[in-house]
Write a protein that binds this ligand. Structure first.
Ligand code: CTP
Length: 207
């Protein structure tokens, strides 16, 4: 059986203890991939940002908050790199340059927040097989192809988040698989769990 490391959900990038930057990811797609991999008997580590979902049966879950926490947990879980890494998380690309340890008083705050870039987890980690997601609003296939190449992926799962039934918070998704060999597989609207099972079947076929 294989070893799977999966990221899911959003990250939170704090400005102070009560304020943060984030996005609407609910983690459903990543939790579905974790469930599908565990159902097939694989060893699954699920690195989850702040989400309100139950841990699937047989899955080892590690909760994290920020992108940098997520990267550290992913590197730890990947270990020697002999595994499949499936990145479904909507990682915040920037974080505030500094985080105050006490609540910032609005009277003392400026109108601008200085941001710095977060690490690209999927691009940076070294492991045998990497599968990524591309949630796009335009130029879906060309953007997905670029990310597949630049991040060294075996496959990217592309979806147009402006389509009905696809994207953040839904139980369904309409995705296209774009594989490293250039082949394209368009899937119909299906449940996220059904998409997840297709992803796991694809990963099982990798050498
Ligand atoms: N990803 C990641 N770490 C980041 C950003 C993205 O691991 N800091 C992963 C996501 O989990 C996803 C893939 O990379 O599997 C693509 O994410 P996306 O946000 O679409 O891509 P970006 O590289 O941020 O590209 P852009 O902002 O140009 O759309």
């Amino acid at each position: 059986m294989g070893r799977y490391v999966i990221t899911a959900g959003p990250t939170r990038e704090h400005l102070d203890p009560v304020r943060f930057l984030t996005n609407p990811s609910t983690g459903k797609m990543g939790f579905a991939v974790a469930r599908a991999a565990a159902e097939r008997g694989h060893d699954v580590a699920l690195i989850a940002g702040p989400v309100a979902l139950k841990t699937p049966k047989g899955v080892r879950r590690i909760d994290v908050t920020s992108a940098r926490d997520m990267l550290a947990a992913v590197e730890d879980a990947i270990g020697d790199g002999d595994c499949v890494f499936v990145a479904t998380a909507a990682v915040a690309d920037w974080r505030p340059a500094s985080c105050a340890d006490r609540k910032l008083k609005k009277g003392l705050m400026s109108d601008t927040i200085k941001l710095v870039r977060n690490p690209d987890i999927l691009k940076g980690v070294k492991c045998r097989h990497k599968i990524g997601f591309a949630a796009e609003t335009n130029d879906v296939m060309s953007e997905a192809a670029r990310k597949c190449r630049e991040k060294g992926l075996a496959m990217i799962v592309a979806n147009d988040v402006t389509e009905k039934g696809a994207g953040f918070g839904t139980d369904t998704n309409r995705v296209t698989f774009l594989k490293a060999d250039g082949s394209v597989e368009r899937l119909p609207l299906m449940s996220k769990l059904a998409v997840a099972r297709r992803i796991v079947r694809f990963a099982e076929g990798l050498a």
